[in-house]
Design a protein around this ligand. Sequence first.
Ligand code: CMP
Length: 169
Amino acid sequence: GILATAFAEEIHRREFVVTWTMVASVPLFRGLDAAGIAEIMRYLRAQSIPRGAMIVRKGDPAHSMYFIAEGEVEVELAHENVTLGEGQFFGEIAVLHKTLRSADVRATAPTKLLILDAYDLQTLTKRNPEIGEAIREIARSRSELAPAERHGDMIEAELEEPAEDVSET
Ligand code: CMP
């Protein structure tokens, strides 16, 4: 039984083949021609994540960003959770800003991810500036979405005083 479970887990963590359809169905890549999609396919690695597994841990150093080919993840912010699904991406903030991960991200369903390493993201955005701009735009809107969350990005020494209670204003 234990062996079977370990074996099943191993299977679930296995990489799968990145297909043309998976890449082409990511909205961010929709404007690309065949050569552009073929190029991106070469950069992407694939990984299956079992439900419940932590993918990105807040405070960890970042080496890659992730596109959701299938399944669902939850971004665990301090005051709310944000669900991201097929075609959406995450992990771009720390990679773009060269900071530590700003939140935990967990799979809430069996999930297939396409992984893009920071170095390859740089190459990709140099060759496709409009993709780089679209990713930066989303990163910006996510950071602005919940200004109250920003304290979570700081290390404790940076927080000299507790935040003032602004509930009356
Ligand atoms: P990163 O900081 O690398 O790791 C955690 C990720 O969670 C972050 O990149 C974003 O991709 C994602 N994330 C952070 N804040 C939000 C938000 N408000 N809405 C959606 N996703 C977010």
